[in-house]
Write a protein that binds this ligand. Structure first.
Ligand code: MN
Length: 230
C-alpha cells in the first residue's frame, strides 16, 4: 500500500493486441540525422551515439492536448521513430538487438529548445529542455514483424497542415540494431523500454493553437494539439 496515488502512466496501444504496452523507461538518441545535426550546428559524430532520457511520467498518447509549457519561448517539435523493446538484452550484438525489438511507433520528442541550448552551452544537463511535462508523445505501436525492415519509409511532420519535417528512415545515422546493441552496453534493456531514435531536419517552434501531425510510412500516425499556457 502506498502513501498516495500517482498519476497513471498510459499503456501504449499495440495494433492487433487487446493488451497495451506499459511504459517503463524512455531513452532518446541525440543528433541521429545528419541534416538535423547540421541545423543544430554540429557535424555528424560517427564515434558513438549519445543518449538522454525522458521521465515516463511525462508520456502521453497521440491525440493529446498539452498546454504551451512554462519557461520557454521556443518550444520545438521533433518527429521520431520509436523502438519498443520486447525481450531482455544486455551487452547484446546487433543481431540480438534487432531481435529484441518488439514493435515500432511514431513519437514526438517535444523540446524547450531555448533551455536545451542554454544548458548545453553552459555544459549543464539538458533535463529542463527535454524532460518537459507531456513532452513524450506516443502513437499506437506496430509489431516489428508487421512493419518489416526499417529502410526507405518516409518520416514526416506537419504543423497546421504545412510540412516541416520530411525525410526517410534510411537517413538514420545509427540504425535501430546498432542503437539497441550500443544502449545495451549501459543498461539492462527490458520490455517496457522505449527508444526515441532521433529527429530529422526541419525542427521548429510551435505556439498555442497549433496542431501537430506526423507519421512514418507503415505506422499509425501521431497528433498533438498545443493549447494556451496555464
Ligand atoms: Mn529528439
Amino acid at each position: 500500500m502506498s502513501l498516495f496515488t500517482l498519476p497513471t502512466i498510459p499503456d501504449i496501444p499495440v495494433k492487433g493486441e487487446s493488451a497495451g504496452y506499459p511504459i517503463g523507461r524512455v531513452f532518446c538518441v541525440g543528433r541521429n540525422y545528419a541534416a538535423h545535426a547540421a541545423e543544430m550546428g554540429f557535424e555528424v559524430d560517427r564515434e558513438a551515439p549519445f543518449y538522454f532520457t525522458k521521465s515516463p511520467a511525462n508520456a502521453v498518447l497521440t491525440g493529446a492536448s498539452m498546454p504551451y509549457p512554462p519557461g520557454t519561448e521556443n518550444f520545438h517539435h521533433e518527429m521520431e521513430l520509436v523502438i519498443a523493446i520486447g525481450k531482455p538484452v544486455f551487452r547484446c550484438s546487433k543481431e540480438q538487438g534487432l531481435d529484441a525489438i518488439y514493435a515500432y511507433g511514431c513519437g514526438l520528442d517535444m523540446t524547450r529548445r531555448d533551455l536545451q541550448i542554454a544548458s548545453r552551452n553552459k555544459q549543464r544537463p539538458w533535463d529542463l529542455g527535454k524532460d518537459v511535462e507531456d513532452s513524450a508523445v506516443f502513437a499506437p505501436l506496430t509489431k516489428a514483424g508487421d512493419f518489416g525492415a526499417v529502410g526507405q519509409q518516409r518520416i514526416w511532420l506537419e504543423v497546421n497542415g504545412e510540412v516541416k519535417q520530411d525525410a526517410t528512415l534510411e537517413e538514420l545515422i545509427w540504425k535501430v540494431d546498432e542503437i539497441v546493441s550500443d544502449l545495451s552496453k549501459f543498461y539492462h534493456l527490458r520490455p517496457g523500454d522505449l527508444i526515441m531514435t532521433g529527429t530529422p531536419a526541419g525542427v521548429g517552434p510551435v505556439v498555442a493553437g497549433d496542431v501537430i501531425a506526423g507519421g512514418v510510412d507503415g505506422l499509425d500516425p501521431i497528433a498533438l494539439t498545443i493549447t494556451d499556457a496555464e
